[in-house]
Design a binder for this molecule. Structure first.
Ligand SMILES: [Zn+2]
Length: 375
């Protein structure tokens, strides 16, 4: 007779402690303000309190993707691509929780990437991506945009680096970034803020969502969405109402793109450090932001929500910036890229026709006003 194995009593499940990678943070000097590492350390050093539908837990901000404000502020006059990124690197020396991406200044270099190459030669393996801010670092002549940006995209392709774009209007419009991204379709391109709201108008967000959906459907480019400042209260606090996050997640869900949405804050800007309300301190603001997004995901995905949250808050950024895909996942991904390429060839002339008509949209967009409020 077979004796069934002794069953050990099931221990009470430990409180779920999730890990978070914040995909959008800044360090250094911006205008007359200095954002020191201690302003981010306070989120990293101790866990944040999470409460979704009464289920309490403590999440740990394991890493933050940081870029140098020195290289962006004052139209990049303060520091070039080598010195500006180097200055921030010194701030995070020995701190593995900060993952640097290198700020690029195509508006100053016109596409000469020698300073960037010097940076990567001097600090091999340090920078895990490139950062572009076409709003704060605009091309003097908009018509030179492609010529100046393309060498950077090719560099990213060669080094397998994701490219994070501040996305707003004008040169930073989603359509303009999309036109560029299609020239190197396998390079991951992240639309910062999923298209920042400017002057109370939602057009940049609308465009970013359209671009995200089109890229998922056609595979013309590898577009990701950053959730920083998406759905926000007028008083500058995180909002429980998240119609835009719902739309982004719906597009992602319907087009197999849940691996392309990432949590980010923009800390230490706004309520994450730049200013503090007497009623909600910076950490409360941070935990509310996480709570409200998790709640939205919970409402939308039910039993799948833990898995989806893990992707948005950790896995997607980890795979993108830290290359943590398993060999099997890499093979699957390679397969889907190959399939995408076949589809692209089959689409042939239709692809180019559609592509050209899209350039028309972006030219109109290019003329829209540049607003520099969000960073
Ligand atoms: Zn930012």
């Amino acid at each position: 007779m077979r004796i069934s194995p002794v069953k050990t009593p099931v221990a009470a499940a430990p409180a779920f402690k999730a890990k978070i990678i914040d995909g959008h943070a800044h360090l250094g000097k911006w205008g007359d303000k200095y954002y020191g590492v201690e302003m981010l350390d306070k989120f990293i050093k101790e866990p944040i309190n999470i409460n979704v539908d009464g289920v309490k837990s403590q999440d740990t901000i394991e890493k933050m993707i940081v870029s140098s404000a020195f290289a962006i502020t004052d139209n990049g006059r303060m520091a070039d691509e080598l010195t500006g990124n180097e200055q921030m690197l010194k701030m995070i020396e020995g701190k593995k929780e900060y993952v640097p991406i290198a700020v690029c200044q195509p508006n100053k270099t016109g596409g000469d990437i020698s300073k960037l190459e010097e940076l990567f030669n001097k600090y091999p393996e340090k920078f895990k991506g490139l950062k572009f801010h076409p709003t704060a670092l605009p091309m003097e002549n908009e018509s030179d945009f492609m010529k100046a940006y393309e060498p950077y995209m090719k560099f990213a392709q060669k080094k397998k680096l994701p490219c994070f774009f501040h996305c707003q209007g004008g040169q930073a419009s989603a359509w303009n970034i999309y036109d560029l991204a299609q020239k190197t379709p396998e390079v991951p391109v992240i639309l910062g803020h999923s298209g920042s709201i400017a002057n109370g108008e939602n057009i940049n967000r609308e465009n970013a969502i359209k671009v995200f959906e089109d890229a998922l459907k056609t595979k013309k480019a590898n577009i990701y969405m950053d959730l920083s400042w998406v759905d926000w209260s007028e008083q500058g606090f995180p909002s429980k109402e998240q119609p835009n996050i719902k739309r982004i997640l719906t597009v992602a869900k319907e087009n197999n793109g849940l691996n392309k949405v990432m949590f980010g804050t923009d800390a230490p800007l706004g309520c994450f450090g730049e200013w503090e309300s007497p009623h909600f301190n910076n950490k409360t603001c941070y935990s509310d932001t996480v709570n409200f997004i998790k709640k939205t995901v919970s409402n939308m995905f039910g039993r799948e929500s833990k898995k989806v949250n893990n992707k948005i808050f950790y896995e997607n950024a980890s795979q993108l910036y830290l290359n943590t895909l398993s060999p099997k996942q890499k093979l699957i991904k390679k397969g889907s890229i190959a399939a995408g390429a076949v589809l692209l060839c089959a689409a042939g002339a239709a692809f180019f026709l559609k592509n050209n008509s899209k350039s028309g949209t972006s030219n109109t967009e290019l003329k829209s006003k540049i607003n520099t409020r969000k960073k």
